[in-house]
Design a protein around this ligand. Sequence first.
Ligand code: SF4
Length: 253
Amino acid sequence: MSNIMQFIKTNRLLTIVVFSYIVLSMFMPDKAVQSLQNSLYYIKEMLMIMPVVLLLTALITAWVPKKTIEKNLGSNSGIKGSILSFLLGSFSAGPIYAAFPVCKALLSKGASISNIVILLSTWAVVKVPMLLNETKFLGPKFMIFRWILTTISIFIMGYITSKLIKKEDLPSEDIKKDAKAGILDISSEYCIGCGLCVKIAPGYFKIDNKKANIINQDIIEEEVKAVNGAIEKCPSKAIKYTCISEPNLTNIE
Ligand code: SF4
């Protein structure tokens, strides 16, 4: 029973979705089938796209030096960083949810909040393949004016967001040294079995059937750095640490 409660607490969103499906199927079974079909369509789409995205994230994490990201996309990169973020978003491909793991990897390597906002927003609303389609359906004049106004808004949004949100406000799975107790967990649906966590913290992770597993929950102080390294470097952000030193479960952030 406590395992079920633990699962529910760490997978609140999934629990709400499953519960909604159960309620919907009781009162409107036809709608439940329709939404299930829609969900399956998106899951299929994600399964096709996400491996490529996670590979890209792994390459950024492993190969691109932190200094390069800090210099080109960091808070001191100025207008050059903003333009680079804009170009990266403009020439991207794929749905917007594919951008989130990439942005998370860039943020952890030193990209600034404003540049991430610019990259994400450009990816979402003014990427080149979308502009071509827009021209086809709504005409070049419409596309050009919308592009200009949207671009101006994106730069303003990047600036305002960077004033309102600091990096400390963003979630981090790091284990704090003063955490008294916690639970390490791996989302097997996200794990791509790359083995990086085993290499970094072999006392805590092992690969079984092409997926990583936790083999030790007792994180001693000398190993905190290694386990944090595995959490940070995991290309698919599949590893989570939940602090249970407080009366309520709290993600360490
Ligand atoms: S949990 Fe380990 S094996 Fe799985 S993706 Fe992350 S680093 Fe790779």
